[in-house]
Design a protein around this ligand. Structure first.
Ligand SMILES: *Cc1c(COP(=O)(O)O)cnc(C)c1O
Length: 374
């Protein structure tokens, strides 16, 4: 049996929505963008939503719009690489703070210890769909009057303390790559309550053309901007996926529960928790303390031999090539490194069948049991 790591859930309504855009003269900056932005902002509960061409593009622009170009920004080393690369893209300096093993999210104490007079802002990440400790992050940002960005690329639909993910800090950034909860192919959305930031974001994504109220026409460029627009086909797909979001989230929660039932007696594994308010992005198991990188790699190789795709989410960002060149080394962030050596992301998508779940779970149990006997 061949089982992929992820698989988008695209129905006939989505296909129809994309095709109908192609029958209109509007393929970019048209009515579907306005509709997607309006509905997304309403769902998240922010005043504005600004569609962009990817989550990475959204993070890049959020940093610029909040005045963090060239500044020092603190973030987590345990995330997808884009959440730190965006700081480099904006000409700034990434500073890392280690994570907590219980949530894989940034440790507020470690974050506080990294604050210096040079700190311009913070990017908090909701890793694997689990909200970070936003009470603590917002308190730190306001105490030091620095900007706060929520990288919510993995957490659409989640809640923290009764507020929906995306509402925290000065701006939030979502992503719609095909492995996320909802997809537009490529795409992203920046959400904010600030009128000023929203205007700046709309200008920056569209080649620095003037936002409403500024002087100039189509060929006036009042600042350095980018082509980070989200096309109409993507927006039509996004609107149709957003309508199905509750159903998609429920299906993902069911798959997570089904995994839990099948894996809960495996002593070698620490399973992801159904924390209240979380959104299921991926299903990542952790090998118990005492196991190391070689055990994890052996288990993953065994799964792949059986046709089961899996991934080591995430390699520590500070140990990627360009960060090593900046001087980072093994041992810099012990919790991140210990977790990153023991994680396995299993196949996870809302259309997974019982037969697929049975096969992955029994294969994984056999692979980890054989680690003990070696
Ligand atoms: C997916 C993701 C991104 C980037 O999104 P793209 O749309 O792929 O550019 C950024 N941060 C995190 C945490 C992500 O998971």
């Amino acid at each position: 049996m061949k089982i992929p790591l992820s698989r988008p859930d695209i129905g006939e309504r989505e296909i129809e929505a994309v095709v109908s855009v192609l029958r209109t003269p509007y393929l970019s900056l048209g009515p579907k963008l306005r509709e997607f932005e309006k509905k997304f902002a309403a769902y998240i509960g922010t005043k504005h939503a600004i569609g962009v061409s990817s989550g990475t593009a959204g993070l890049h622009l959020a940093l610029i719009a909040l005045g963090l170009s060239g500044k020092e920004v603190i973030t987590t080393p345990f995330s997808f690489v884009a959440s730190a690369n965006c700081i480099l893209m904006a000409g700034g300096r990434p500073v890392f703070a280690d994570i907590e093993e219980s949530t894989f999210n940034i440790d507020p104490g470690a974050l506080q210890a990294r604050i210096s007079p040079e700190t311009g802002g913070i990017i908090g990440v909701d890793v694997f769909g689990v909200p970070a400790d936003w009470d603590a992050l917002e308190a730190i940002a306001s105490r030091h009057t620095i900007a706060l960005i929520e990288d919510c690329c993995e957490v659409v639909g989640a809640q923290w303390a009764g507020r929906r993910s995306g509402q925290f800090g000065d701006a939030g950034v979502f992503a719609f790559y095909p492995n996320k909860q909802i997809t537009t192919g490529e795409g992203g959305m920046v959400v904010t309550d600030s009128d000023e930031a929203a205007e700046m974001l709309r200008s920056l994504r569209n080649q620095g053309r003037p936002a409403t109220g500024e002087q100039g026409g189509r060929l006036a460029h009042v600042r350095l901007g980018y082509n980070y627009r989200l096309d109409e086909m993507s927006c039509a797909l996004g609107v149709a996926q957003l309508e199905r979001l509750p159903e998609i989230l429920a299906a993902r929660e069911r798959v997570a529960k089904d995994y839990h039932k099948r894996l809960s007696e495996a002593e070698e594994l620490i399973l992801p928790q159904a924390l209240p308010g979380r959104s299921w992005f991926v299903y990542v198991v952790l090998l118990a303390q005492g196991f190391g990188r070689e055990d994890r790699d052996a288990a993953m190789a065994g799964l792949k031999r059986r046709g089961i795709e899996c991934a080591a989410y995430f390699p520590p960002i500070h140990l990627q090539g360009h960060f090593r060149e900046m001087g980072y080394r093994e041992g810099d962030f012990p919790c991140t490194e210990s977790v990153a050596a023991r994680t396995i992301a299993l196949p996870f998508y809302n259309t997974m069948t019982d037969a697929e779940l049975d096969y992955v779970a029994s294969s994984l149990k056999e692979e980890v049991a054989s680690l003990r006997s070696q």
